[in-house]
Design a protein around this ligand. Structure first.
Ligand SMILES: C[S@@+](CC[C@H](N)C(=O)[O-])C[C@H]1O[C@@H](n2cnc3c(N)ncnc32)[C@H](O)[C@@H]1O
Length: 177
């Protein structure tokens, strides 16, 4: 269970994303996958600590679901696991390929908050795409730094941008499937 919850920083953006999940997928489990785990618990403003928010949502959601948290750093994965996530230590793209090799694997929300290399975020999206359900939300955090390639791809695919507000620099796209 979470011990603290970000009350500032990205919280308004995340609340909008959770509201979208509730409205779009009202009667099923929600599967959330994040790249970039809980690096520094308590750094709610700088890092965001949004793992807590995803887990809070799953804990409150009557149909349950799962938060899967992927990071190359074992400490960050451990933090996410202690908060209630399923942790995977490894490279985001590689681990997403592995997860989505199961044809039944489904993702309702993909949250990309790994390195600041925008091509890495795109490679993670491409690795996950077979598992994204139609209407899934793809979120890139710190989008001015990380989001360029995903933005180009989303525009190429004609995806609709979902407005998460301007509390933090997050960009979200609605996957068409
Ligand atoms: C900005 S931090 C994530 C912050 C986290 N979302 C939080 O709220 O605390 C970025 C994280 O991405 C991880 N990372 C960087 N490149 C990665 C990659 N290729 N695959 C998986 N994780 C990666 C880093 O180890 C770091 O923990």
């Amino acid at each position: 269970m979470r011990r603290s919850l970000p009350a500032w920083g990205r919280r308004p953006n995340v609340d909008d994303a959770v509201a979208y999940l509730r409205e779009t997928f009202p009667d099923e489990p929600h599967y959330i996958v994040e790249v970039g785990s809980l690096r520094t618990p308590g750094n709610t403003y700088g890092d965001g600590n949004v793992t807590y928010c995803w887990i809070e949502h799953i804990n409150l959601w009557p149909y349950c679901g799962e938060v899967v948290s992927i990071d190359v750093a074992i400490v960050a994965v451990g933090n996410a696991m202690r908060a209630g996530a399923t942790g995977i230590c490894g490279d985001g793209m590689d681990e997403l390929w592995a997860l989505t090799s199961d044809p039944d694997y489904r993702i309702h929300l993909l949250y990309l908050d790994g390195s600041n290399d925008p091509s890495e975020a795109l490679s993670q999206l491409l690795a996950a795409e077979d598992a994204l359900v139609p209407g899934a939300l793809v979120i890139v955090d710190d989008a001015k730094k990380k989001g360029r390639c995903v933005r180009d791809e989303a525009r190429e695919l004609g995806l609709t941008r979902f407005d998460l507000g301007d509390a933090w620099d997050m960009e979200a796209w609605i996957w068409r499937g």
